[in-house]
Design a protein. Structure first.
Length: 113
């Protein structure tokens, strides 16, 4: 029937959800800057570390610095604010969870109609 999505439409909708989820899973497997700093125990001004010693570069750190999760000392050393990192992680998790629930609902709606 023309205009009917059929099985092809269902697979397209499913792929639109599964693709981004797979990319997210791959990204989560790599240790990010916050995890790297926490592993190095750079979680206070006294234990701050140089970016170069941790193998970190500035571009991925800039959004974290703007959010106050990563703090740069006057001498260039950096450290992570554990409380802010935890709050940011929960907020991002809630947003991603909400998007997944909405996307799953849309896919379920498409597949049942």
């Amino acid at each position: 029937m023309p205009g009917s999505p059929g099985a092809g439409g269902a697979f397209t909708a499913l792929g639109a959800v599964v693709g981004p989820l797979m990319m997210l899973l791959i990204a989560l497997q790599k240790p990010g800057p916050v995890r790297t700093l926490l592993k190095a125990e750079a979680d206070s001004p006294e234990r701050a570390r140089k970016m170069s010693t941790l193998g970190l570069s500035e571009p991925p750190l800039l959004p974290l610095m703007r959010a106050g999760v990563v703090v740069r000392e006057a001498d260039g050393r950096i450290w992570v604010d554990r409380a802010k990192a935890r709050r940011r992680q929960w907020r991002i998790g809630a947003i991603i969870g909400g998007v997944i629930v909405i996307a799953s609902g849309i896919v379920a709606l498409i597949l049942t109609h």
